[in-house]
Design a protein around this ligand. Structure first.
Ligand SMILES: *[C@@H]1O[C@H](CO)[C@@H](O)[C@H](O)[C@H]1NC(C)=O
Ligand SMILES: *[C@@H]1O[C@H](CO)[C@@H](O)[C@H](O)[C@H]1NC(C)=O
Ligand SMILES: *[C@@H]1O[C@H](CO)[C@@H](O)[C@H](O)[C@H]1NC(C)=O
Ligand SMILES: *[C@@H]1O[C@H](CO)[C@@H](O)[C@H](O)[C@H]1NC(C)=O
Ligand SMILES: *[C@@H]1O[C@H](CO)[C@@H](O)[C@H](O)[C@H]1NC(C)=O
Ligand SMILES: *[C@@H]1O[C@H](CO)[C@@H](O)[C@H](O)[C@H]1NC(C)=O
Ligand SMILES: *[C@@H]1O[C@H](CO)[C@@H](O)[C@H](O)[C@H]1NC(C)=O
Ligand SMILES: *[C@@H]1O[C@H](CO)[C@@H](O)[C@H](O)[C@H]1NC(C)=O
Ligand SMILES: *[C@@H]1O[C@H](CO)[C@@H](O)[C@H](O)[C@H]1NC(C)=O
Ligand SMILES: *[C@@H]1O[C@H](CO)[C@@H](O)[C@H](O)[C@H]1NC(C)=O
Ligand SMILES: *[C@@H]1O[C@H](CO)[C@@H](O)[C@H](O)[C@H]1NC(C)=O
Ligand SMILES: *[C@@H]1O[C@H](CO)[C@@H](O)[C@H](O)[C@H]1NC(C)=O
Length: 764
């Protein structure tokens, strides 16, 4: 219980340390304001009260204008900082700051003012420089602490001094490079400035130094011989000279910034042959140290003859063609040289091919290259050679006959397609022109090796149009184009022509199709690429058959035709062009079998006999009537006659029905009608299932007479008999309407074929 941990003991002893900084005092000795060079001491004294702490360390820090300049950690309570000698740069506000453990205190601020600046000294490397000669001037104040800003002044006897240089090299002296151009006496001196927080201070000026600037006579003299006016090929001598130069003088001869000659001497001489482009300034220049003097003179050089010109004819050269190269000079100074003495050479790729003015050759492919020519004027005094501009000659490979082909290989007539035209040989670029009849020409310029000209063509519908396509290839202005024709396409390409509209016919002829016989449906097209797929359809039953064939015509047979084969038929054709086409439908009627007709003929015979019987009785009847009284007339008959007074519409309709039957059965005249009114097509079955309003119908064809029976009611039939009357080429078969020409008998029968009444109708 009475035991304490040792850490707590230590903490207790720490708590007993106590101290306080009472004062910090800064003093400057001997005074705050001193003359430059004085030894100055700064003393800082601290007073600390503490609880008897041994070896208490005081950290002193001395600052000038808040910049630390001195620190000392000591147990002493006073430190001293000496400035000896004090200079203007030491001026400023000083402060002393003392820290003890973690407490600090600053002194009051003390201002030190150091008066006076050292007078600078000026030193020159020469006292008599040449005009513009460079020399050095050093201005220094070795006792001062830097950095100092120095100024160099020049003054003449009259006029105010002027600053010729101002610089600060960071220390207490500076060296300037000076160059004086004013010849004669002048004075140089310098001073400096020091920058302090309290403001700038300027020193007194240095001692004035007098110096003499000497003139430098090195301006050269230029001399051109024989003269400044020259002809090309003339030799001239240029002399540059400097009179009495100082040693180490250099002399140059330059032209257009090119040094022609250079000597380290008083004079130079340069001899050379002028060319026609040598006209211009010749410059002589003398250089001594950094001093330069120059003189120039202009020379003009006349041309004796112009540059030769190399002409190539023709400009467009095709392999195998002759071509001419001609070298000529257009302007000539005939007073100096003779036209005839000019010699020409022609070069191909720098190798001479002719030493004449013209070179005629046949263009091989190897003749391509860069040609130049030289014209040479050779005389005793001079030789002038002039070279022409380069002429590039390209010998073209003639274009071979172009090959046409269909892009993709297959051409569907009537659809747009792309045609390529390509010449295997021929220098590029090649112009391909596509020529189609009645269409504007299409031009494609091909400049890449192996590239084909591709043309878009729209809808060619006939093979004959393909043959007339032309493709012209041309790579030279002078040569005729080579031509490829569309004929090639017929061989090289797969041309697919869509099928034309098919036509469906029957065998035997449609009117001759009868029960029990065979019928063949023949489908044919006019045009179309093989193979052609023929498909037959019945309008009632749909698909019948399909055949693929390499013929324009295919047939589908139906054996043993029955009544129910009657109806509409059509066929459809297609081929790889995939544009199926359908024929117009045909309507097929099927004639009754012969035995059925025979049976009807027997009936008919009976009717005819009945007619004859009737006619016979008709003759006798009036006599009988006379013998009998009027009441004896057959009442039933008279009522039936009244019944026969049908409304005109009924008659017409009956007649129509009748006549239609006639038409349907009339082999010679009714075929078109048959097609037009297929819904009324005769069918035996329909004979008995006819619309009751129209009555049941029965038809007879006996010799040249046609009989048509229409059952009007249970008891009565209406019947028409037509007698074909030739009227031109027409046969009158619409009896009721055309009764002026024919005669229509409307016969009235009882259900049993017994004649009741006959009314002869004329007109309507
Ligand atoms: C004095 O002590 C301080 C820390 O108390 C230290 O930062 C400084 O460098 C010391 N100065 C010298 C001169 O030892
Ligand atoms: C620090 O101050 C003491 C006492 O004034 C002095 O003896 C000592 O030389 C000083 N040290 C430095 C580094 O100035
Ligand atoms: C310049 O010189 C004069 C007298 O020679 C002196 O009184 C003066 O203090 C000097 N000026 C400076 C800035 O030193
Ligand atoms: C003056 O400058 C020189 C060279 O930079 C240097 O050695 C010298 O100590 C400087 N004088 C003073 C007083 O700083
Ligand atoms: C080439 O020159 C010859 C004679 O010099 C001339 O007959 C011929 O026409 C010229 N040919 C051409 C293409 O100029
Ligand atoms: C040089 O002479 C030829 C005939 O010999 C003539 O055709 C040509 O024009 C003359 N050239 C000049 C530049 O006079
Ligand atoms: C011809 O000169 C042209 C440059 O002017 C150069 O590009 C070409 O290669 C030369 N042709 C030949 C065959 O030397
Ligand atoms: C053609 O003349 C030119 C100067 O114009 C020259 O440099 C060149 O060597 C001459 N060519 C030949 C093959 O002499
Ligand atoms: C030719 O047709 C192709 C596509 O079929 C098309 O990309 C192209 O632009 C057409 N060219 C021209 C010149 O009409
Ligand atoms: C080729 O066609 C272009 C432009 O249509 C034309 O400028 C050029 O002269 C033609 N080139 C030839 C050899 O016909
Ligand atoms: C013909 O065409 C029809 C209908 O497109 C098709 O059903 C039939 O298979 C084709 N026949 C042949 C032999 O390609
Ligand atoms: C009908 O065709 C069949 C074969 O399909 C044939 O045997 C028959 O003889 C043909 N009949 C007539 C009348 O041509």
């Amino acid at each position: 219980m009475g035991c304490r941990p040792p850490g707590l003991l230590f903490l207790t002893s720490l708590l007993h340390i106590s101290y306080t900084i009472d004062t910090v005092r800064l003093t400057i000795e001997p005074r705050n304001a001193v003359q430059t060079g004085t030894a100055v001491r700064l003393r800082c004294q601290v007073s600390v009260s503490h609880s008897n702490i041994p070896n208490l360390i005081h950290s002193f820090q001395l600052t000038r204008d808040d910049v630390p300049i001195y620190t000392n950690n000591t147990t002493e309570d006073t430190v001293e900082y000496k400035i000896n000698p004090a200079r203007a740069a030491d001026s400023g506000n000083y402060e002393c700051r003392v820290s003890v453990k973690n407490k600090a205190k600053a002194s009051n601020s003390q201002k030190l003012d150091v008066k006076g600046l050292q007078t600078p000294t000026l030193h020159l490397t020469t006292s008599s420089p040449y005009e513009n000669e460079e020399f050095k001037a050093t201005c220094s104040a070795p006792e001062e602490k830097g950095p100092l800003i120095f100024q160099f002044y020049q003054s003449f006897r009259t006029g105010s001094p002027e600053v010729i240089k101002q610089l600060s090299q960071g220390g207490n002296s500076s060296t300037a490079t000076l160059r004086l151009s004013h010849i004669g006496n002048c004075i140089l001196y310098c001073d400096y400035e020091i920058r302090l927080v309290s403001g700038n201070q300027k020193s007194n000026s240095s001692k004035k130094v007098e110096l003499i600037v000497k003139a430098l006579h090195i301006t050269p003299i230029i001399n051109i011989l024989p003269s400044n006016n020259l002809s090309e090929g003339d030799i001239i001598e240029v002399v540059c000279r400097v009179v009495n130069p100082p040693s180490n003088t250099e002399v140059f001869l330059t032209k257009d910034k090119v040094i022609l000659k250079q000597v380290r001497a008083a004079a130079l001489s340069h001899k050379f042959t002028v060319r026609e482009d040598d006209s211009g300034e010749l410059v002589c220049k003398a250089e001594w140290g950094s001093v330069q003097k120059e003189t120039s003179q202009r020379i003009t050089v006349r041309s004796l003859f112009s540059k030769p010109q190399l002409t190539v004819e023709p400009t467009d050269i095709v392999e195998g063609d002759p071509f001419n190269l001609t070298c000529s000079v257009s302007i000539l100074d005939s007073s100096k040289i003779n036209n005839e003495t000019l010699q020409y050479s022609i070069f191909k790729d720098n190798t001479e091919v002719a030493n004449t003015a013209t070179y005629v050759t046949v263009a091989q492919l190897s003749a391509s290259g860069n040609y130049t020519c030289n014209a040479t004027s050779d005389s005793l005094t001079r030789t002038i050679v002039k070279e022409s501009q380069k002429q590039f000659v390209k010998v073209k490979v003639p274009v071979s006959e172009p090959v046409l082909s269909v892009v993709g290989g297959t051409l569907f007539l009537g659809k747009p397609f792309q045609l390529s035209c390509y010449s295997q040989r021929g220098t590029l670029p090649i112009n391909y022109t596509l020529n189609q009849p009645n269409k504007p020409n299409d031009i494609k310029v091909v400049s890449k090796r192996g590239e084909k000209a591709i043309f878009n063509l729209t809808s060619i519908t006939q093979i004959s149009d393909i043959k007339n396509i032309l493709c012209h290839a041309k790579n030279s202005q002078l040569k005729l184009p080579t031509t490829g024709t569309g004929e090639q396409l017929l061989k090289s390409s797969n041309i697919i022509e869509p099928v034309s509209k098919p036509h469906l016919t029957t065998e035997p002829r449609m009117e001759d199709i009868s029960e029990g016989y065979n019928m063949t449906l023949v489908c044919s097209v006019q045009r179309g690429s093989f193979p052609i797929n023929f498909t037959w359809y019945s309008q009632e039953k749909g698909f019948l058959d399909s055949k693929t064939s390499r013929k324009l015509k295919e047939s589908h047979s139906i054996s043993n035709v029955k009544g129910d084969h009657a109806g509409g038929y059509f066929c459809e054709c297609t081929n790889p062009a995939a544009e199926p086409k359908q024929s117009a439908p045909i309507i097929i009627g099927v004639k009754m079998a012969g035995w059925k007709k025979g049976l009807i003929a027997v009936f008919c015979l009976l009717f005819v006999m009945a007619i004859i019987l009737f006619l016979f009785y008709k003759k006798r009847l009036p006599k009988l009537k006379k013998r009998r009284t009027g009441t004896l007339s057959v009442k039933a008959a008279s009522t039936k006659v009244e019944r026969m007074s049908l409304t005109q519409a009924e008659v017409n309709e009956a007649a129509n029905v009748c006549s239609f039957h006639c038409v349907a059965e009339s082999d010679d005249n009714c075929s078109t009608n048959t097609l037009e009114k297929p819904e009324n097509q005769y069918k035996e079955d329909q004979l008995r299932q006819a619309d009751p309003s129209r009555g049941e119908r029965l038809f007879l064809n006996f010799n040249k007479l046609s009989f048509d029976f229409l059952k009007l009611s249970l008891k009565y039939y209406i019947c028409s008999m037509s007698v074909p009357v030739k009227q031109g080429t027409d046969t009158v078969h619409s009896e009721v309407r055309n009764s002026q020409q024919g005669t229509t008998n409307i016969l009235l029968f009882t259900q049993t074929p017994f004649l009741l009444h006959s009314q002869e109708k004329s007109g309507h």
